[in-house]
Write a protein that binds this ligand. Structure first.
Ligand code: MV4
Length: 466
């Protein structure tokens, strides 16, 4: 087992890794920018190293500084968390050359799955369903037009180097293709330094369902069930749950088998996530694979009882997976992402947590780096806390989440807590009728409420004044 792990991250995930290390008896090294001196991951780590100024490009993304920090502290392994360098194959590779263990998949696998067109081809070759589309990156708009005519409009253009929704364009008909192809290529080139595009048939209102997978260095591969992640806004997830209200045991087994088949095909090691789209008829299609631990991993932990971060560390140290494939979920878990944001306009709201009272009680977990008087710096993402609840079934979990949100008191900044409170009461959410367009419908329903309340208010004022 490792003796000392350097955590190449910040915020709640850095703390989460420190928790797992402490339970395993492994010493920890925190790295931090000058903006994060007062962060809890620095407080709780055994050692800490300042690696640069606030901008991530000059601190958390500086490979040379991270390696120097590992060298001077004598760390023997690096956990990347999520974001920052978590899916950077070159970083994983150079750590190996420096005789530092990487707690993640092999660099070749990161590289393969990072090319979304290649990932799609690999999935198809492994017998995993993919949407009709291009097997190779497209050379020009004319080729894209021919391919689109073949699979039928609407189609979606995606950046091979992208993922997570950046550089995507939906094309409704042949007349739009030339223009959309041009803008998509330009955007992809600007964002990723690579303008390669591929194309798929576009599904209008799918669910986003992802499967947690793990592989070890002995050839064992398992899945740990799914997470329903359809509730997103601008490709940022707001709320996740496990299990998905849409899956039958049969469909779950089929999708889980597909996820394991693909992981096996690439000799996958460590934690990974297979993202699928699910249509209304129960057909599923591979979308992309994430080669990291994800923000929403706690919902899987709550329903399986498995510590996924501990498992990552054990696997990286050469351990074997001893958990059965497809371990059934117990009960239901929901996670709400509490962001430092205006809940109406979704603009960041950094600043001091003047009051910070996280909820407790049965089946209630809060993953956070926040504390009273902590100042959320403006330089990083706006996640302040993940509120996760677990209960017997989905209705009970919703009631528990509504209670936990009511008992979560944060003052000094704006947060998304009020938004989540309203989602818990939304009839479509309560009925489990979800799709990637859920938030559009939800926000429209909210506006109707406001209009109706205003009209009632005016009527009452009219009577009172009359
Ligand atoms: C799609 C799609 C419909 N059809 N692909 C968005 C994130 C990126 N990973 C791929 N995405 C989508 N790909 C086809 N062929 C719809 C989306 C999509 C979406 C997917 C998951 C969650 C939210 C979404 C919001 C808009 C679009």
């Amino acid at each position: 087992m490792f003796k000392k792990i350097l955590i190449a991250n910040r915020g709640e995930i850095a703390l989460r890794v420190i928790q797992a290390c402490r339970e395993l008896g492994i010493a920890t090294v925190a790295v931090h920018s000058t903006a994060d001196r007062d962060s809890l991951h620095v407080t709780y780590a055994d050692e800490d190293v300042c690696i640069g100024p606030p901008p991530a490009a000059e601190s958390y993304l500086k490979v040379a500084s991270l390696i120097a920090a590992a060298e001077i502290t004598g760390a023997d392994a690096v956990h990347p968390g999520y974001g920052f360098l978590a899916e950077n194959a070159a970083f994983a590779e150079v750590l190996g050359e420096c005789h530092l263990a990487w707690i993640g998949p092999r660099p070749e696998t990161i590289r393969l799955m990072g090319d979304k067109a290649q990932a799609r081809r690999t999935a198809a070759a492994a017998g995993v369903p993919v949407l009709p589309g291009s097997e190779r990156p497209l050379t020009d708009a004319a080729e894209a037009g021919r391919m689109a005519a073949e699979v039928g409009y609407p189609v979606i253009l995606k950046a091979a180097a992208g993922g997570g929704g950046r550089g995507m364009r939906v094309v409704g008909g042949a007349a739009e293709m030339a223009r959309q192809f041009g803008t998509a290529r330009e955007e992809a080139d600007k964002a990723f330094g690579d303008g390669s595009l591929y194309l798929e048939k576009f599904l209008p209102e799918p669910r986003h369902i992802e499967f947690q997978v793990f592989g070890d260095s002995h050839g064992n591969v398992i899945h740990l069930g799914e997470r329903e992640c359809s509730i997103q806004r601008r490709h940022q997830k707001l709320l996740e749950e496990a299990p998905s209200p849409a899956l039958t045991p049969e469909l779950r087994a089929e999708m889980g088998e597909a996820a394991v088949a693909l992981a096996r095909a690439v000799g996958y090691e460590n934690a990974g996530t297979m993202e699928f789209l699910l249509d209304r008829d129960g057909r599923f299609y591979f979308m992309e694979m994430n080669t990291r631990i994800q923000v929403e991993h706690p919902v899987t932990e709550m329903v399986t009882g498995v510590d996924l971060v501990r498992l990552q560390i054990e696997i990286a140290a050469g351990g074997r997976i001893e958990i059965p494939n497809g371990l059934p979920a117990r009960g239901h878990a929901i996670e709400c992402r509490i962001n430092a944001e205006d809940p109406e306009r979704f603009v960041p709201s950094p600043g001091r947590l003047v009051t910070f009272h996280p909820p407790g009680g049965p089946g209630t977990r809060v993953d956070t780096h926040g504390y009273e008087d902590y100042v959320i710096p403006p330089h990083y993402d706006s996640l302040v806390a993940k509120l996760i609840v677990h209960d017997r079934g989905r209705p009970e979990a919703i009631a528990r989440m509504a209670r936990a949100l009511d008992f979560f008191v944060i003052e000094g900044i704006q947060t998304t807590i009020p938004l989540h409170r309203r989602i818990m009461r939304d009839p479509e959410f309560v009925a489990g009728r979800l799709s990637t367009r859920f938030m559009e419908g939800f926000l429209a329903r909210q506006r109707e409420h406001v209009v109706a309340a205003d009209a009632a208010g005016r009527a009452a004022a009219g009577r009172a004044g009359g």
